[in-house]
Each structure stands twice: as structure tokens, then as C-alpha cells.
Write a protein that binds this ligand. Sequence first.
Ligand SMILES: Cc1ncc(COP(=O)(O)O)c(C=O)c1O
Length: 265
Amino acid sequence: MTTEAGRKILAEHPGTTGSLGCAISEAVEDAVSREGYRYVLGSVLNQVLLHQSVIGMETMAALDKYGIEPDMIIGCAGGGSNLGGLISPFMGKKLRGEADYDIVAVEPASCPSLTRGKYAYDFCDTGKICPLAKMYTLGSGFIPSPNHAGGLRYHGMSPILSELYDQGMMRAISVEQTAVFEAAEMFARVEGILPAPESSHAIRAAIDEALRCKETGEEKTIVFGLTGTGYFDMVAYEKYNDGQMTDYIPTDEDLKPGFDSLPKI
Ligand SMILES: Cc1ncc(COP(=O)(O)O)c(C=O)c1O
């Protein structure tokens, strides 16, 4: 209720718990209404991926130090910045034909921008105050169900990742949240680090692949991005342990209003 954009979104979606797209609209409005302030999007846009490439460069340096070449690189994908940063130097090698990697974006089944979205020009935010970007999108009018994928609840995807996905240079999968929390708890018990729900999407995919390799006897080096800790998400872990967590996969019908909100270009 403290911003014009927030009030408008609430009027259109009464009682909504919001999304990353809503947060962007509110933050931009707040920044531009103060003298001397500017807002820089923290995800999605190309310059953010450039900054995040330090993650990939450090990963590659660490792997090189031990003479390890990964087969598979996995990252959770909300706006796409951590995954884009993690894969950037590896994707460079792949594009130059120097190496091949299986690069996988993992998104929540409740907000499947790459796996079920359209490749189109769309607004980066729900309030439609940001510039358009060509990306895989569910439509800026799509607000995902209020689940615990947190920062992955974004209607679009980084234009760079979208282009790479469109060209078949990487693939994408979606996972359901109870399976994600199961993986998160497994990881916490083994590693002593409570992962963020967002990161746990990548952990789920890494565990599934490792289990598959165990069955087939295949040896594979799997790298995944651990983007944050889950200490701010204890309520979600509590819900999971109390058996109150549900999975939600939108139907084609649920996705239709979002696609209808795409700008006609
Ligand atoms: C811990 C964590 N990981 C991942 C993400 C996803 O963002 P991106 O896809 O831009 O890396 C977020 C977003 O808020 C986050 O908080």
C-alpha cells in the first residue's frame, strides 16, 4: 500500500503475496521519486549477468586448479543472473567449440518461464514501468502461486539466457517445491549448510542426476550453484516439516491471462 504500483497491483490481484515482478515495479517507483536516486535492476538484465560472471570465473579457476572438467553445470533460474554468471566462461568455451557442457536451468514448476513460457518482447516488471526485453516469459501479468520458490517467482528470464536456450545451447527443467525441500534437508544434513529454497532447486536437479548416474554406473562431474543460505526461510522449512507444504503446477488455463497480457508488437 506504500506505492502507486503496489496499490494498482493489489487492486488487480486482491490479497496477492506479490512476486519479483511486483517488487521491481515498487522499487523503481520509490527510487525515481527521490531526487538523486536511480534504480539498477538486480537480476535479468545483461549488465547484471556481466557482474555475476565472477561466480563462473572463480568456479572455473577452482576446477582448473584441481584439473577437473565438469560434465554438467546446474543453476536455479529466477531472473537468470546467478545461472548466467556461473555458466558464462563455460558457455564461452562451448560457443567457441573448445568444450561441451550440459548446462541446465532449474525453475519452479509453479513459475515455468523457460519450460512453458513464450519467447516474446515483454515488460520486466508487473507494473509495466520498465523497458521491454525479448525473453522467455509467462507475461508480466502472471503472478505465480504464493509458494516458497521466493526469488524464482519471476515471470520472465534473462534475455541472454533466453537466447541461449532458444538456440539449444542449454536446457531447462522444472521441479516441484516439496521435492526441492526434501533435497534441501538432505543437503543440510550432509553438508551442514542450510540452503536457500531458491538454491535448492539446483540441488534437487544435481541429486537427481547423481542418483541416475549411480543407477547407470556413469561417472559425471556435476557443478551446481549454491546461491544463498536458508536462515531467513525457517518458516518455509517449518511448513515443510509440518506437512503443510503443497505443490502447485499452473494449468494452461492459469497461464492464459499472463500470455494475454503480452504487449502486441
Ligand atoms: C538465494 C537466491 N538464489 C537465487 C535467486 C534467483 O535469482 P537469479 O535467477 O537472478 O539468480 C534469488 C533471487 O532473489 C535468491 O534470493
